[in-house]
Structure formats: structure tokens, C-alpha cells
Ligand binder design. Structure first.
Ligand code: SAM
Ligand code: DTB
Ligand code: SF4
Length: 334
């Protein structure tokens, strides 16, 4: 697969600023979710075409640079020290291993390398190491993203200075449902970190997880929070819960695949110029379901056989899927 810059004519000149709104109400979003399926698909796809080439998908690769033993209690997460998931913990990965992994990801077609650490928040000396990783990956000509938990002003400034392109920090769910999932940090803590990242001039990658037993209103509420941020996140990862044995959410009844497709479609309508990523959970999705997600506006995926600690479709099967759907690789050009 061959990466090409997304054409300006798709991403900029046809941009109709009236379609970029930050004042969505829950009832308006609820009404979108309740549209007849075909009407929703038609609306999302039409808007998608105004902002993007619908046949190009951006590809990011993840690497866990510090694994497990996390102090937080996120009920979905295999890396929390509170749950017995059998995960092997690993301390911060040496720089040369990170660079080797990024080089390998680049050779497979990934254009962005996302490094994740199982921290509540990094220590200042951790940032020294992450800065070196960001610089090294950038030297390979890849976009960089890190997800390290909550940041202080000074840490955010240092990451910006290192040349970091994106910071991933998810809201995870609606403000209402949040306390069912996490008790060790608040929704406001997350919004504060997002504001720091935005104010520092780093691109924001922010989304959430569905399939955690939340209601339709909660999915609408999550998308409302994202769309009503002062600026839409440049990247919006929509994760389907990966159920991991030992976590409190293991055994949660699965979400109807068509409700997942609806969530992607509504995300596309609310944030028409953002890159919407079909993120965790693809190993449980059929090719047909993923094809529908690409149709309604998903235009980014995680590539490679591992997410952070759980499985992802192998690169070969994604290449076959892209070929069958006539999709090719895009770069975001932010
Ligand atoms: N520890 C940092 C934090 O929480 O901000 C960064 C890493 S954390 C693993 C990054 C994100 O991965 C979480 O916010 C969550 O949205 C997602 N995630 C974690 N476990 C998941 C799971 N089992 N299924 C789907 N998404 C998951
Ligand atoms: C995001 O929204 N999803 C990614 C990335 N951002 C860091 C993480 C998914 C993790 C899935 C569970 C695991 O592999 O540990
Ligand atoms: Fe820790 Fe992040 Fe997992 Fe929460 S999501 S337990 S903060 S690694």
C-alpha cells in the first residue's frame, strides 16, 4: 500500500464552516441516532465526501512503552494493578527497542506511531525518556502520538518542544456514566489535560469506548462532549470494548454491531473534519461491519497484530480488506 497526502480539495477548500458546530444538544444527537439506518448512512456518507476522500484511510501503529501495574481502576483495562488479568508487567522500554519497533511499523505502511504508557500521570524523569522517543520516531519521518495519562503544564510544554504531533487522552464515556467505569480520576481531570494539550498547540486525539454496558444516551453524551469541545479533536478514536478476563467489564453483553456503526456515523456528522478512528475491537468485527464503518466515515485504523496488550487483526488481513474495498493509505497532513 502506498501513502499519499490527502488532497487539499477534500480536506480544506470544500470545508463548510457552518457544518462545524460546538453547540450540539443531547436531543439533537439522540435524533440522529434514531434515524432510519439508511437515512443515517446517507447523511453521514454525504458529509464525509464533502470533507475527505472516502477511499483513503490513515494508519497508526501502537506500542506499549510501559505495561501494566497501573494505579488506576478503569474497569475495562487489563493494565490496572487492581485486577488479576495475568498480564506481564514491563517497565519503560529502552529507546533503541522503541525505534526498532517504529521502523518496522513504518515498513508496514504506518504513518503515525503511538506510544502508550500505563501511568495515571508521568513523572518528570519519565518525560525525559519520552522526549527522546518522540525525537527518534520523528527522525524516521513518522507522525508521533503519545498517551501517558494526566499531564502538568510543564510536562505538556516539554512534549510540545520535543516536536510531538498528537496527544491521546480519551473521555472514554459520557459524563453521566463515567463514575460507573473509573473512580480514581474525574471527568474534569480529563478535560483539564485536554485543555492543556490544546493550549500548548499539540493536536488532540480524543475519543472513547462503547460496549461497556452504557445506554444509547451515554453514547450520544460521549459524542456531545467531544463535539462541544472548543475545537474538535483532530483524531477521534472510537473503541469497541475489548473484554479481558479478570477486568470488571468482562462478560458485559456485547453491543449490537449496527449500534456501533451508528456511533461512527454520528461521530462523522458531529465532527465532519476530524479523522474518526475505528480503533480497538476489530478482531471481533466482520469485514462487512468494518466496510460499513468505512462507508459512514471511519477513515483511520490501528494497524499491526497488537494494540497495547491485546490482539488486533494481522496486517496481512487488513491489507486484503483494503484491497477488497479499494482503500488506500492516507496521511493526515496536520
Ligand atoms: N494510561 C493512560 C490513560 O489511561 O490515559 C494511557 C493508556 S490507556 C490504555 C489509553 C486508552 O486505551 C484508554 O483511555 C481507553 O480508552 C483505551 N482502552 C484501554 N483498555 C481498553 C479495552 N479493554 N478496550 C477498549 N479500549 C481500551
Ligand atoms: C485508543 O483510543 N485506543 C488505543 C489507544 N487509544 C491508546 C488503545 C486500545 C487499547 C486496547 C486494550 C489493550 O490492547 O490493552
Ligand atoms: Fe491505567 Fe490507562 Fe489502563 Fe486506566 S486506562 S488503568 S489509567 S493504563
Amino acid at each position: 500500500m502506498h501513502a499519499e497526502k490527502t488532497s487539499e480539495s477534500f480536506s480544506k477548500t470544500s470545508l463548510d464552516s457552518g457544518l462545524i458546530r460546538h453547540d450540539w444538544s443531547l436531543s439533537e444527537i439522540g435524533a440522529l441516532f434514531e434515524l432510519p439506518f439508511n437515512d443515517l448512512l446517507y447523511r453521514a456518507h454525504g458529509l464525509y465526501r464533502r470533507f475527505f476522500d472516502p477511499n483513503r484511510v490513515q494508519v497508526s501503529q501502537l506500542l506499549s512503552i510501559k505495561t501494566g501495574a497501573c494505579s488506576e481502576d478503569c474497569a475495562y483495562c487489563p493494565q490496572s494493578a487492581r485486577y488479576n488479568t495475568g498480564l506481564e508487567t514491563e517497565s519503560l522500554m529502552p529507546l533503541d527497542e522503541v525505534i526498532r519497533s517504529a521502523r518496522e511499523a513504518r515498513s508496514q505502511g504506518a504513518t503515525r506511531f503511538c506510544m502508550g504508557a500505563a501511568w495515571r500521570s508521568p513523572k518528570d524523569r519519565d518525560i525525559d525518556h519520552v522526549v527522546e522517543m518522540v525525537k527518534g520516531v520523528r527522525e524516521l519521518g513518522m507522525e508521533t502520538c503519545v498517551t501517558l495519562g494526566m499531564l502538568s503544564d510543564e510536562q505538556t510544554r516539554r512534549l510540545k518542544e520535543s516536536g510531538l504531533d498528537y496527544y491521546n487522552h480519551n473521555l472514554d464515556t459520557s459524563a453521566q456514566y463515567y463514575s460507573e467505569i473509573i473512580s480514581t480520576r474525574s471527568y474534569q481531570d480529563r478535560l483539564d489535560t485536554l485543555k492543556r494539550v490544546r493550549d500548548a498547540g499539540i493536536n488532540v486525539c480524543c475519543g472513547g469506548i462503547v460496549g461497556m454496558g452504557e445506554s444509547d444516551d451515554d453514547r450520544a453524551g460521549l459524542l456531545m462532549e467531544l463535539a462541544n469541545l472548543p475545537k474538535h479533536p483532530e483524531s477521534v478514536p472510537v473503541n469497541m470494548l475489548v473484554q479481558v478476563e479478570g477486568t470488571p467489564l468482562d462478560g458485559t453483553p456485547g453491543l449490537d454491531p449496527l449500534s456501533f456503526v451508528r456511533t461512527i456515523a454520528v461521530a462523522r456528522i458531529l465532527m465532519p473534519a476530524s479523522w474518526v478512528r475505528l480503533s480497538a475491537g476489530r478482531t471481533e468485527m466482520s469485514d462487512e461491519m468494518q466496510a460499513l464503518c468505512f462507508f459512514v466515515g471511519a477513515n483511520s485504523i490501528f494497524y499491526g497484530d497488537k494494540l497495547l496488550t491485546t490482539d488486533n487483526p494481522v496486517a496481512d488481513s487488513d491489507r486484503r480488506l483494503f484491497d477488497r474495498l479499494g482503500l488506500s493509505l492516507a496521511e493526515t497532513g496536520h
